[in-house]
Write a protein that binds this ligand. Sequence first.
Ligand code: DSN
Length: 445
Amino acid sequence: MSALRRGDPELAALLDAEVRDQNNTLAMVASASVANPSVLAAAGSALANVTAEGYPGARYHPGAAHFDEVERLAVRRARKLFAAQYANVQPHSCSSANLAVLAALMPPGGTLLGLGLDSGGHLTHGSPASVTGRHYRAVAYGLDAAGRIDYGQVADLAAQHRPTVLIAGASAYPRTLDFARFRAIADSVGAYLLADISHIAGLVAAGEHPSPIDHAHLTTTSTYKQLGGPRGGLILSGRDHQAPGPDGRTPLSRLMQRAVFPQNQGTPAPAAIAAKARAFALAAEPAFARTAHRTVTGARALAAELERLGHRVLTGGTDNHMVLLDLRETGLTGVVAERALEQCGILVNRNRIPDDTRPPLVTSGIRLGSNILAQRGLGPEHMAQCAALLHAVLTATTPLSETEFRIDPHRRAHLRDQVHALCGRHPLPYAAAVPSGPPWTGAAL
Ligand code: DSN
């Protein structure tokens, strides 16, 4: 950063402002976590200068001796962290990992069964907006009346459609996933089970959520949502790593090696792989487990407090880090709530709720997450204050349309000061390294 500040002050000022804003903003985006400075250092290291396709010991370029060792280290650490038999650390994201897995297991036109996007599924689980919904015959399962995954429906749809791949995983689902039950359904129709744990990987690593590794044939995850790692993805496999692929012969682990490179990606990102190695080591430390516990207990307390304040919490609570709010009774849309909160220094994201009639850019709900709160040291004992701030902003917001609103400027400034003060008492680990600069003004002001 010193070199950047000297050589390109314009860019450096923007990056320093980003750190200051992150530090002074209460980020509750459920799909985000904060990377340790040592992870950021690895991600910005000179390994980024290495171009080397292939795998350790079998590259298509010279000069990869250190990268080979780094990739082996990342694989070893990933396997140990998740008690897996197989790991591929090269996917550039979990979406890339999912596309690689699906392409390896199914020809175009094959059938996959995944949680519908409107029920909290992910784009790559068969949404029509993704190639997974266009290249495959995607069937969606959904939720029951209580907002929980309807396992009976999953079993019925599996029996009816005989999918090649069943996906267990979600982007907006606050309850525990029953991987054993998913596997029993997959086995009943001879399907492969893919577990996408992008949102809960940190909880799985820390033992705060049951692990899918030995239930699913393959498990995928992103490395930044909850692991505090770099932008990137990971493929894992447990007891089924040598189970045969669709040809009846090739072990799944070998299939995955080819699926990532050369079938779906070219050159890996060596510095990102180094950063993954660092993040996996940190995630194995006791401090990470303590943070994961705080993440879950904090989310539970936040959900309870928001309910007490009269908000409608989907499923009535949470088992993980995520709290979903149905805003329909408040008169606010998801986008209005998101923008009003951002103006007061709180980051959450708009989210569709089951049977939402509003489009994805508007929505009738918001999704909150406790990952970064817990990383700042904010646990259950702080959630009454966090919920009060959320409540104060939402009740101070007057909707003018589905996308426009008004908040009294004095009230907004007062709330922003309160958020700022809370953040100041619980700073992010790297914030002190950044020179002071103009005070935070709020991105949407
Ligand atoms: N999948 C998106 C989310 O859940 O927010 C971004 O990673």
